[in-house]
Write a protein that binds this ligand. Structure first.
Ligand code: G3H
Ligand code: ZN
Length: 278
């Protein structure tokens, strides 16, 4: 199946009452594992890659990889730029064929965040590619970036930010965290407050480690997408780590890589099924 446009993917999910997982990739094995997991579950979602992870490759390589991985797949899958940190990254990903984009200028002060996000959103919209923006900041570790920020999304800023950026979805900071080192404490009343004032659907980052009952509660508040990174990375790295622990002379990269694809697929399948259970 051809990669699906991000607007169409959100419509597809909405029509069927589904929520979309966005699974972070870094390389070929993670990508094939994610697509395999979604296919086996028979549920739609995104493969996403963050600006940071593009250092190892580039948007054109990733887009080719994901197009190849999805070509025989029967469920709709989008390709999303996660935490797009610069206009250059956003532009390159759109040009390479990404079907959905996140612009993350959340490190900037409110006004600048809005202006820079709008500039990137305007470019994406020329090509009918939807745009996610972030208001507030998540604590925790995302790739090699450690953030101590813990600025929850301020509901009173939401309407002006959504309007000012022209975004299509809004990533919120409501006690969710990046990585596995910290415990998330999701503030459901805050999420509800944000939902009431946001005219666009919401996105939850830092899915790894959030209990399923909390996810199901969050879903009541116009959530369209949930990001999962660390859970898949742990599944991937665990395969190589266990093999190395068992035998320091292990060299069978091909079999371990194939095993890692399956481990990632299993985890992705479990997560996409769980979030759509209720
Ligand atoms: O943008 C990526 C995510 O928010 C991943 O967070 O590694 O905590 O699942 P996670
Ligand atoms: Zn994130």
């Amino acid at each position: 199946m051809k990669l699906i446009n991000g607007f169409d993917l959100m419509d597809y999910a909405k029509e069927r009452g589904l929520i979309l997982p966005a699974f972070n990739t870094t390389n070929m094995e993670l990508t094939y594992g994610i697509v395999k997991g979604l296919s086996e579950a028979g549920l739609p979602g995104y493969v996403q890659i963050s600006s940071n992870n593009l250092r190892l490759s580039n948007p054109y390589i990733i887009a080719d990889l994901v197009r190849d991985a999805t070509k025989n797949c029967d469920v709709p899958i989008g390709l999303h730029l996660d935490h797009g940190k610069s206009f250059k990254d956003v532009k390159e990903c759109v040009d390479a064929g990404f079907t959905s984009i996140m612009v993350d200028m959340s490190a900037l002060p409110f006004e600048e965040n809005m202006i820079e996000s709008k500039k990137a959103a305007d470019y994406c919209h020329l090509y009918h590619v939807p745009v996610e923006v972030e208001l507030g900041a998540l604590k925790g570790k995302e790739d090699d970036i450690v953030s101590d920020d813990n600025a929850k999304t301020n509901p009173s800023q939401v309407p002006i930010f959504v309007e000012g950026t022209g975004c299509d979805t809004l990533a919120v900071a409501v006690g969710n965290v990046h990585g596995l080192d910290l415990k998330p404490h999701i503030d459901i009343p805050l999420l509800e407050e944000i939902r009431k004032v946001s005219k666009v659907p919401l996105v939850l980052h830092g899915g790894s480690g959030i209990p399923k009952e909390v996810i199901w509660e969050c879903k009541k508040h116009n959530l369209v997408k949930i990001n999962y990174g660390s859970d898949l990375r742990r599944a991937f790295i665990g395969v190589f780590g266990r093999a190395y622990e068992a035998n320091h002379d292990e060299f069978d990269v091909i079999h371990l890589s194939l095993e890692a694809v399956d481990a990632v697929a299993e985890k992705a399948k479990e997560l996409v099924t769980m979030i759509n259970e209720r």
